[in-house]
Design a protein around this ligand. Structure first.
Ligand code: URA
Length: 423
């Protein structure tokens, strides 16, 4: 095979054969296809798309690039959740221990944030002592004993995707339905979960800005999962405004702990309980009552054990940012919009995220919201608090927030509903 021929085929809107796809992914993983060739091919895929058969083969080739895990020895059902990425999306933190309460093992292999979207591992690393990296045996014994693990995916899982994702990130080729679907599903299928619930985000803070493309992404991923024997469902959920009242690292852990203590913001609780329901149903446990397990402390017990097993102290005081600045409401009225992308970029610039993969994040940085869309606000009332250890960052964070807040006349209501559909 010749990489240039393959690039030309896709450039000219042709269809790649199974053999061409297998060769491309394998040769790229081995360094035979160069980054610039793969970047050109990715751009051709982004512009011209792939058929369902091509996406399916591309995904299978990425799975075959590395190890496959197998949890069948655990003797209990497994379920996992994956979000396509959002702002303030701390759902995994409370969800994994919550589902484990009901005897379903949750191997939540997670990632770090990049760009304006937060990463579950970055959030948990705000907990003093907590370790993201686990060996295979530790992962298995924690799943057997405690039932929930949130950790980094090992280097052996879909290595083609690791290389490809880093390349896409710097070549403007992230926002492609076939490339996102194959990236996510190759990792989840290789991980070996029996049931998978996808939280496909739609809106300003998501990769998919409109409902039609989010639906197409969800349907593509559900097909790939089902085709590989994974019980897969997807929820389409709104990401026009951040989830909950926090976007950052330590402050998101704090909010997840409030949810585990039976409190927390309504939207975070609603989505956590709904996703738990879906995971439990997909794993064959239809009659559980996850809302009750948040109220009575059972989910918190699993959380404490899960954090301790990975070296963390669940009762330790979390890091607090050294500096803060308040943003005030510019007018009286109803808060109609509080833009997720703007808040995500602000939190990122404050130090909660990283500009390059190797950068550290600040545990205390982020944005705390004091009102959500639908709230009545008065001019001069605090709307958000910006948090950072490096006050020089306030300026660019505030620039990101220009135009993020829309206040309308009292009586108007924001349009969005949180859970849009199930696919
Ligand atoms: N998350 C992934 O893992 N891959 C993508 O391509 C996009 C989001």
């Amino acid at each position: 095979f010749d990489a240039v021929d393959i690039i030309r085929t896709k450039r000219d809107k042709g269809t790649l054969t199974a053999e061409q796809i297998d060769w491309t992914i394998d040769a790229y993983t081995r360094g035979v296809v160069a980054d610039e060739q793969m970047a050109a091919l990715n751009m051709a895929i982004l512009l011209n798309g792939m058929s369902r058969a091509e996406v399916s083969r591309w995904t299978a080739a990425m799975i075959a690039s590395g190890d496959r895990m197998d949890f069948s020895a655990l003797g209990k059902p497994t379920a996992d959740k994956h979000s396509t990425g959002g702002v303030g999306d701390k759902i995994t933190l409370a969800l994994a221990p919550l589902v484990a309460v009901f005897g379903v093992a949750v191997p939540q292999l997670s990632g770090r944030g990049l760009g304006h979207t937060g990463g579950t591992l970055d959030k948990l690393e705000a907990i003093p002592g907590w370790r993201a990296e686990l060996g295979n045996e530790e992962l298995m014994s924690q799943l057997a004993g405690i039932g929930a693990v949130i950790c980094a995916a090992g280097a052996g899982l879909a290595p083609a995707d690791k290389k490809l994702y880093a390349l896409r990130d710097v070549t403007g080729t992230v926002e492609s339905i076939p490339l996102i679907a194959s990236s996510i599903m190759s990792k989840k299928i290789a991980e070996g979960t029996q049931a998978l619930v996808l939280d496909v985000k739609v809106g300003s803070g998501a990769f998919m800005k409109d409902e039609e493309s989010a639906r197409e992404l969800a349907a593509t991923m559900v097909d790939l999962g089902t085709g590989a024997g994974v019980e897969t469902v997807a929820l389409l959920t709104n990401m026009d405004t951040p989830l909950g009242l926090t976007a950052g690292n330590a402050i998101e852990v704090e909010e997840a702990v409030e949810v585990l203590a039976g409190g927390g913001p309504d939207d975070v609780v609603e989505l956590t309980v709904r996703l738990a329901d879906e995971m439990l149903r997909a794993a064959g446990v239809p009659d559980a009552d996850p809302a009750a397990a948040l109220k009575d402390g059972r989910a918190m017990d699993v959380w404490n054990r899960m954090i301790e097993a990975q070296g963390g102290d669940p009762r330790a005081k979390l890091p607090v940012a050294r500096h803060s600045e308040v943003v005030y409401a510019p007018a009286d009225g109803v808060l109609l919009q509080l833009d997720a992308l703007a808040v995500g970029v602000a939190a990122w610039r404050l130090g909660a995220g990283r500009a390059r993969k190797e950068d550290p994040v600040q545990a205390g940085a982020g944005v705390r919201l004091h009102a959500k869309p639908g709230a009545v606000v008065r001019a001069g009332e605090p709307l958000m608090t910006l948090l950072t250890d490096t006050p020089a960052r306030f300026g660019r964070a505030k620039e990101a927030l220009a135009g993020a807040v829309v206040i309308g006349p009292e009586g108007d209501r924001p349009g969005q509903q949180l859970i849009i559909d199930r696919i």
